[in-house]
Design a protein around this ligand. Structure first.
Ligand code: DGL
Length: 259
């Protein structure tokens, strides 16, 4: 069982930002990454549809023999992880926006969160943001259109810069000192954000925390791969392999999957 892969899924290429963190922390693990890009974005879909897609992705990974599943998508986590945990008998790791560390460290007590409509409207997000707000004012912004641009290979474009300006200027004016990236596609925006945001605004995401949690849960279940040979990851997408390949670099092969 220990040499079996970790399964990771997202609505598309965004979860590869989480895969990178897991691969850095757990280099001996084998992994299967599934991008359901044909159905991206999940953000505007309703809870039922997000749950159905999450079930389909999970069953694909279970059938491939995965020992643990990382839901590398805030939208799928906040809408479906409780159900997945109740239905399937293997450990799940989810990702949620890093409200807690941002609220704890904010000096202006004003933080911004950029996430999908599906995440911001979910019950789980409401619960955790209330719980961890620490009296900070949380400014929520839906990132309409960002995922679509990334999925079509238009990451570093003027179109993207224009969207970011529209979404972030009101937060800057309102005095945020932390920007929480609440979607796994968004860490790919960091080079643009650094250029655009005033220097005192810190950017925070949950990628490293997810990797640490994955390690802790594997340890807890005695599922760590103890091999001394570096693990490998099989990347699958049901849309454009070249978009994912461009984010991963040349050393990784991405296959098309009719899924
Ligand atoms: N990457 C996803 C997330 O973390 C989903 C984006 C989308 O498909 O809308 O929320």
């Amino acid at each position: 069982m220990n040499t079996q892969p970790i399964g990771i899924f997202d609505s598309g290429v965004g979860g590869t930002s989480i895969w990178k963190e897991i691969q850095t922390l757990l280099p001996y693990e084998n992994m299967i990454y599934l991008a359901d890009s044909i159905n991206a974005p999940y953000g505007p879909k309703g809870k039922e549809a997000i749950m159905d897609l999450s079930i389909k992705n999970t069953e694909y990974l279970i059938n491939k023999g995965c020992k643990l599943i990382v839901v590398a998508c805030n939208t799928a986590t906040t809408n479906a992880i409780d159900y997945l945990r109740s239905k399937y008998d293997l450990p799940f790791i989810g990702i949620e926006p890093a409200i807690k560390p941002a609220a704890l460290q904010s000096k202006t007590h004003t933080i911004g969160i950029l996430a999908t409509k599906g995440t911001l409207s979910s019950e789980l997000f409401h619960k955790t943001s209330h719980l961890f707000a620490n009296n900070a004012n949380i400014l929520e912004q839906e990132g309409h259109g960002i995922v679509e641009l990334i999925e079509s290979g238009k990451l570093y474009t003027d179109e993207m810069k224009a969207l970011l300006k529209i979404y972030l200027n009101p937060m800057i004016e309102a005095g945020i000192d932390y920007l929480v990236l609440g979607c796994t596609h968004y860490p790919y925006l960091i080079p643009l954000l650094i250029e655009f945001l005033p220097e005192h605004i810190k950017i925070i995401d949950s990628g490293e925390a997810v990797a640490r949690q994955t390690k802790a849960v594997l340890e807890h279940h005695n599922l760590l791969n103890e091999s001394s040979i570096l693990g490998k990851t099989d990347f699958f997408t049901n849309r454009k392999p070249e978009v994912m390949a461009s984010l991963l670099g040349e050393s990784q092969k991405v296959s098309y999957l009719d899924f």
